[in-house]
Design a protein around this ligand. Structure first.
Ligand SMILES: [Zn+2]
Length: 165
């Protein structure tokens, strides 16, 4: 009997786990879905971890030329937020890199929470934040190169990351 309940739970959790939730404003759904699909193909392990835990939303907090992203936890949901400032001017590859970048931060936070209470990125020391940012940057850059992302977008990403070196 107990085994059946466990099986039932697995099925219920299993079906809800593998559908990526994307909420958005405007017409970014198609591009975000394509970007997620690239991650699914090129890094299936990160993709599966990401879809279990996160909801993706494009958001309009920033305006102008800034291309920004962040993540946050709310009611046990992880949100990956992609600023809409110049989202439409970036390629699907670059968008995939951005979602991947925030996913890695989220997964590192979940990993930390296994050994104690959640330690958010903002709770880390300056040096720990720097180390994490460099790790996430390197992994994301590898993905961008594998995807054949255009030079100007990789250079833009490098420029942003150079603040941490
Ligand atoms: Zn970061």
């Amino acid at each position: 009997m107990k085994k059946n309940i466990f099986l039932f739970l697995l099925i219920v959790l299993g079906t809800s786990a593998y559908s990526q939730k994307i909420l958005l404003h405007g017409n970014d759904l198609d591009r975000i879905e394509k970007a997620c699909n690239l991650i699914k193909i090129h890094d299936p392990i990160i993709y599966e971890s990401m879809v279990i835990h996160s909801i993706i939303q494009s958001y309009g907090h920033y305006t102008g030329n800034k291309f920004t992203s962040t993540n946050m936890v709310e009611d046990n949901n992880y949100w990956i937020l992609i600023g809409r400032g110049t989202l439409s001017k970036r390629s699907i590859n670059r968008l995939a890199g951005t979602i991947f970048h925030e996913s890695l931060h989220m997964l590192l936070e979940l990993q930390r929470s296994r050994s104690g209470p959640i330690r958010k990125f903002s709770d880390l020391s300056e040096n720990e934040r720097k180390q994490e940012e460099i790790f996430v940057y390197n992994r994301t850059r590898e993905l961008l190169v594998r995807l054949n992302t255009s030079d100007w977008e990789i250079k833009e990403y490098d420029k942003w990351a150079s603040a941490y070196y």
